[in-house]
Design a protein. Structure first.
Length: 308
């Protein structure tokens, strides 16, 4: 009979320690590299931040980042000019700026009583003037039909802008309390309906309709905290914005007068100028489209024109 082999008592059961040691070593090296990448030269970071801020404010000039090391990179050292945008929005006409300044002063004078009572807020800059009215001055709770007391307030706005050609848009806001009625399923409908009601009254009092626009932001752009009753009451508001021109009105309307600054509008218009210039150079403005009923003209698609 074959003899049974004796069990090997000399097995090496500690081989896992080699793999474990390799893993720990690699893990240590990984954290060392991550720590090295997280180290930032605060002085160079500050200089870079200042240079970028100067560029985005479109103040002109050449931004330099100084350093002591060798090399051409901004972070490595030496000096490297950062070119400012070549496209700039034209500075506003001094007469237009003075007109906006006078409108702001007149608005403060016309609504002095409501301003003192904390029901109206007037603010302005070189691109637009905003008149913020508490919704309780114009509407009943949960409704979009203007009350009788709204007539003299809106008449003050009409007299303020009727002799000018500035575009005007009305922004509607609500608090975060949900509303669900047959007419207003949500705060979106309520804020938009209130803004449209103010626009309609301004038109009825002689403001040209092509100058007007309405937008509702609902509850999603609160200017005050909704945690208190006072904050919710202040968030129910109507803002009438008198813009410098149509381009400014569209830029402000896209974000809301509470959420964008005049510097941001300038930067946005600069980018729009660049895109429009590139589109004009790349494709014609109009193109012909043949249909069953004849030939139609429509605005050309720049991407399709480039592909052709």
């Amino acid at each position: 009979m074959p003899r049974r082999r004796r069990p090997d008592t000399d097995l090496k059961t500690d081989r896992w320690m080699i793999s474990w040691a390799d893993f720990v070593t690699l893990l240590f090296a990984f954290f060392v590299v991550m720590y090295a990448l997280s180290s930032v030269n605060e002085e160079k970071y500050r200089q870079l931040s200042q240079s970028l801020s100067q560029i985005f404010r479109a103040e002109g000039g050449t931004a330099l980042v100084e350093g002591t090391g060798q090399g051409e990179g901004v972070l490595e050292g030496s000096q490297r000019p950062l070119a400012t945008p070549d496209a700039r929005i034209e500075p506003p006409d001094p007469e237009v700026t003075d007109q906006l300044t006078q409108m702001e002063a007149q608005a403060r004078e016309r609504f002095a009583q409501q301003i003192d009572a904390g029901q109206v807020l007037v603010r302005g800059n070189r691109l637009w003037v905003a008149i913020e009215l508490n919704a309780s001055l114009l509407f009943a709770s949960g409704d979009a039909i203007p009350v009788i007391e709204a007539d003299p307030l809106l008449q003050q706005v009409v007299e303020l802008v009727q002799d000018a050609n500035n575009p005007v848009h009305v922004e509607g806001f609500t608090d975060n309390q949900p509303i669900s009625t047959e007419r207003f399923p949500s705060n979106w409908e309520l804020s938009a309906a209130r803004a449209a009601a103010v626009v309609r009254l301004l038109q009825q009092r002689g403001i040209e309709p092509w100058r007007l626009a309405a937008v509702g932001y609902g509850q999603y752009q609160p200017a005050y905290s909704n945690r208190t009753e006072e904050g919710r009451q202040r968030n129910r508001r109507i803002v009438i914005v008198i813009a410098r021109d149509e381009r400014v009105r569209r830029a402000v309307q896209a974000y809301g007068s509470d959420r964008i600054s005049d510097d941001a509008v300038n930067t946005l218009l600069i980018e729009q100028d660049r895109e429009q210039t590139q589109q004009q150079e790349a494709a014609p403005t109009l193109e012909q489209v043949e249909t069953d009923s004849g030939i139609l003209f429509r605005q050309a698609d720049p991407e399709q024109a480039q592909e052709q």
